[in-house]
Structure formats: C-alpha cells, structure tokens
Design a protein around this ligand. Structure first.
Ligand code: ADP
Length: 264
C-alpha cells in the first residue's frame, strides 16, 4: 500500500510540475509577446513623424516649381511640430525605461507634496492654460519618494485633464489626506469623459481612446503608463472614474511618510 501511495504522490508531483512548467512557459510567452508588441508599437510611433518630416523636407528641396515663401513657412511649421512630437516620444520612452529599471528600489527622499503639486501643475499648464487651474490643496502632507518622478506624475495628469477637459471649464487639483494614512491627489476635469470599456486599458502603453485627437494635441500615448509605474514605485494606487459627458477624475493615493506632520 505504501508503494501505491508513493506512486500516487509521484504521479501527483509529475502533474504539478507539468502544470508549473506550463504556467512558466505561458508567462514567458506573454512577456515576450508584450515586448515584441511594445517594440513594434514604438517603432511605428517613431516612424510616422519621421516619414512626415522626410516627406516635407524632400518637397521643399526638390519641389518644382519651388515652394512659395508662405508654403515654405507652413511646411517648416509642420516639420517643427513633428520633430517636437519625436522629442516628446523619445523622452517618454526614456522615462518609462528608467522607471522600470529602478522599480525594485523604493525612492527614499522626503517630499513635500503641496509645493511640488503647485509647481508641476503650473509647468504643465504653461502661461496660457494657467487660469484654468483650480487648486484645492487642503492638506500639507509629506511622502517618501522621488520628487522628479512625482512631478512628472502630476504634470502628466494635469496635462491630460487640460487637453481632454472642456477648455471653457476649470481643472480641479485637490490634495487631502485619508484615514488610511495616505496622501490623496485628485485631478478632475469637466470634459467629455471616457467610455467605461476603455477605463481598464488606459494605462497600457500607446492605448488611446481617440488616436487622432491624442496625436493632434501632442500626446505620445505613454503618459498614463508612466503615471502607473510611478504610482507603483511609491507603493500607491491609481483610480480612474469617469462620467460620459461630465468629465473624469484621476485619483492617486500614496502612503504618508512616517514622520509626516499629518501623521501625528
Ligand atoms: P496621450 O499622450 O495620448 O494623452 P496618455 O497615456 O496620457 O496618452 O493617455 C492615454 C489615453 O487616455 C489618451 O489618449 C486619452 O484617450 C485618454 N485620456 C487620458 N486622460 C484623459 C482625460 N482626462 N479625459 C479623457 N480621456 C483621457
């Protein structure tokens, strides 16, 4: 009987090992597919503005009859736009890869969130859009983190809210603390909102609900992927809620720093 039990266990063990092997293989295939997809998407995103730049420059150089000064000016403007888009894309790709590479070491600096949020929001808005910012900074929490990354997180969320929100309406930037000892930042716009089916995918790289609109407004499709990584590095959480026709709210919660004045 003991031998039967042993045989049974051995069989069970073999089965378990086979299942583990299968899971590992599937996980590896998933990672490898995600990597290939990412490289393909990134190459496509880089190629499109490059092709457009080359096309306009060739037309300017070889156009017969030569372009009028007005056309020249217009083409140069488009070339500059496309070059800026490339620059944005390369800088977002570099941010993403840097944050991913560092994901195992927790950033440790003590960061005062209130001034950081004010500054990053103003930077994101630029002079023209600053009047739309509605600050409701009702707390003065500190967290432990990487100030450069936290600034980028705020810039990305505020830029999106201004870009996709109703240009005639304000964007609210609210800072508070929660009973769970977290700093809570909510960025609220009053735009068209986001359809429910898109919500779970928004933080995927290059995912856009309206690619034409995103590109036209200088979007790279990487902003929210970067936000998600930064939030995770700070042991935090990102929640997105939206009402179609009313607007969207992006909420970030990050644990308070232990010696925070909010925490005593
Ligand atoms: P993008 O560079 O395209 O803005 P993001 O990663 O920042 O890339 O956002 C991904 C997509 O999520 C956007 O293309 C847009 O469709 C949607 N999105 C992000 N923020 C908002 C918002 N505040 N309101 C509506 N849609 C949004």
């Amino acid at each position: 009987r003991r031998r039967d039990v042993w045989l049974f266990n051995r069989q069970q063990l073999d089965d378990d090992l086979a299942v583990i092997e299968l899971i590992n293989q599937t996980a590896e295939e998933d990672i490898s597919r995600a990597h290939t997809d990412f490289v393909a998407n990134a190459s496509h995103e880089l190629r499109t503005p490059l092709a457009s730049i080359i096309g306009y420059v060739e037309t300017l150089l070889e156009g017969e009859p030569p372009a009028t000064p007005e056309i020249r000016q217009k083409f140069l403007g488009t070339i500059l736009n496309e070059a800026n888009r490339l620059q944005g894309l390369v800088s977002d790709l570099m941010s993403l890869s840097r944050i991913e590479a560092e994901k195992h070491d927790r950033p440790q600096e003590i960061v005062l969130l209130k001034p950081l949020i004010e500054k990053a929001s103003m930077d994101a808005a630029g002079l023209e859009r600053q009047p739309r910012l509605d600050f409701q900074l009702d707390a003065d929490p500190t967290v432990s983190g990487d100030p450069r990354q936290l600034e980028q997180l705020v810039r990305n969320l505020v830029d999106n809210a201004l870009k996709y929100g109703d240009p005639a309406k304000p964007v609210t930037i609210a800072l508070s603390t929660t009973d769970n000892q977290e700093a809570k930042l909510a960025v609220i716009d009053r735009g068209d909102g986001i359809a429910k089916e898109h919500l779970p995918h928004l933080t995927r790289r290059f995912y856009r609900t309206d690619p034409g609109r995103s590109r036209a407004s200088g979007g790279t499709g990487l902003g929210l992927a970067i936000v998600k990584h930064i939030v995770e590095r700070h042991a935090g959480r990102l929640d997105i809620t939206s009402q179609q026709g009313q607007g969207s709210t992006f909420t970030v919660r990050i644990p308070l720093n232990e010696v925070s004045p909010e925490n005593v």
